[in-house]
Design a protein around this ligand. Structure first.
Ligand code: AMP
Ligand code: MG
Length: 411
């Protein structure tokens, strides 16, 4: 049977990044950059002081002590007028340009200001054995030079990148187009969250879960009304879902008598890429592509059990949304950690176990399965912040063994 990695490769092979669009910088947080961005300035634009103090010639402090004439005062935003020479100093504030001739700044805390007469700025006495050329000076262009590429295409914009884009003069940027993700829950037994389930019914939790997951992954979700397990209803609602870039169905892809989804998808011309893979939970996953001119719709049929749905969404839908958005980090977060307890792996499927990942006081990463009762136990999954990935095959994993961990951070 298809492995998880093989299936992911098949899925990603169908994902062509969407075209770019321009957005105002103020709206760009969370978007994926669709251009390389170069700086239009040197930063800092001048040699600047990184403390409040006195700009001096470092040689004046050779003996660890000096009394210097104060020439002028320069605050951030000013331009110094007088060159500093031996025996003199300029009072300078953080961020202000270093005057010509000065090569170091002494912090104000290490100085003593003396005023001799009111018309004059006075003198400063400095006692500091530790002053060398360059002290407390940030050289022009230390952070970046004009023309340097400071952000790469494919970067997801956090507040840090937004600040940097502002620093390099961008008020708008090219980002990946917003991609639409339709979510279609299927099942005769489903009622909406606001309803009280009658005998035999359950609430449609996947609709909301997948809507939130699609948004967290960077898509724009469109939640469709529940489709019943009847061909005509499925046909109509799937056709609506096929207007989006991605369609996620939940339910109806297993081997039950009312699992009609694969058949209806085929009738609507959606090409199956695979159905079923060696995964637990999530074995019945269906994936295919509907081609419509330039753009296609990537179609996922997720098994209905909420934990299976969630795991398939994490493993396949999230990376696809990342790829379609042009994101260059894959949108998945994998680490390794030590198992805290023994775990007996049974059966022959690659397993993703809900788990708690933590870094101990000793700095070592550890992971332990949470107590949960199978694919329908969404409540049990709440304790988890990670999935432990265990290869197929019988194996007793012992406490202390290092295992692969998939983090469930929604960033
Ligand atoms: P299915 O994949 O359609 O055979 O569904 C498998 C299990 O998941 C059944 O117990 C369904 O009741 C449940 N299920 C299906 N769809 C949903 C949903 N939208 N929300 C919560 N549970 C669901
Ligand atoms: Mg069903």
């Amino acid at each position: 049977m298809l492995t998880v990695d093989e299936a992911l490769a098949l899925v990603l092979a169908q994902a062509v990044p969407l075209p770019a669009r321009a957005v105002p910088l103020v709206d760009a947080h969370g978007c994926v950059l669709a251009e390389d961005v170069a700086s239009d300035i040197d930063s800092p634009p001048h040699d600047k002081s990184i403390v409040d103090g006195y700009a001096i010639v470092a040689d004046d402090l050779r003996q660890g002590e000096a009394c210097l004439v104060i020439l002028e005062e320069v605050v951030a935003g000013d331009v110094p007028n007088v060159p500093v020479e031996r025996g003199s100093a300029t009072r300078i504030m953080t961020g202000a340009p270093i005057p010509e001739g000065a090569d170091a700044v002494v912090m104000v805390e290490r100085t003593e200001h003396q005023v001799h007469d009111s018309s004059h700025l006075g003198r400063v006495v400095i006692r500091d054995r530790d002053v060398r050329a360059g002290r407390n000076v940030m050289r022009r262009g230390t952070s970046m030079r004009a023309g340097d590429v400071v952000l790469q295409r494919g970067t997801r914009l956090r507040s840090i990148e937004i600040g940097l884009l502002a620093e390099v003069g961008r008020s708008s940027v090219q980002v990946a187009s917003q991609l639409t993700v339709a979510i279609l829950p299927t099942g005769n037994e489903l009622v909406e969250p606001a309803d009280i389930p009658a005998p035999g019914q359950i609430r449609n939790s996947n609709g909301m879960l997948l809507t939130a997951a699609a948004r967290a992954a960077g898509g724009e979700p469109i939640l469709l009304p529940i489709a019943r397990d009847a061909e005509e209803d499925l046909r109509q609602k799937i056709a609506r879902g096929l207007e989006s870039d991605v369609l996620i169905l939940s339910g109806g892809v297993s081997a039950g008598v009312l699992d009609l989804v694969p058949r209806v998808l085929a009738e609507l011309g959606v090409e199956q890429v695979f159905h079923k893979l060696n995964l637990k939970p999530g074995k019945p996953l269906w994936f295919g592509v509907a081609r419509r001119g330039e753009r296609s719709t990537l179609v996922f049929g997720l098994p209905g059990n909420p934990v299976s749905s969630f795991v398939c969404c994490e493993l396949f839908v999230r990376p696809v949304i990342a790829r379609l958005s042009g994101r260059n980090d894959g949108g998945r977060f994998q680490v390794r950690a030590r198992l805290e307890v023994d775990y007996q792996q049974r059966g022959d499927r690659h397993t993703f176990l809900p788990a708690i990942y933590r870094v101990g006081d000793d700095g070592a990463a550890r992971v332990a399965p949470v107590a949960w009762r199978g694919s329908a136990d969404l409540r049990g999954l709440v304790a988890a912040n990670a999935l432990i990935s265990l290869g197929a095959g019988e194996h007793l994993y012992e406490a202390g063994e290092i295992v692969d961990v998939h983090l469930l951070d929604e960033i």
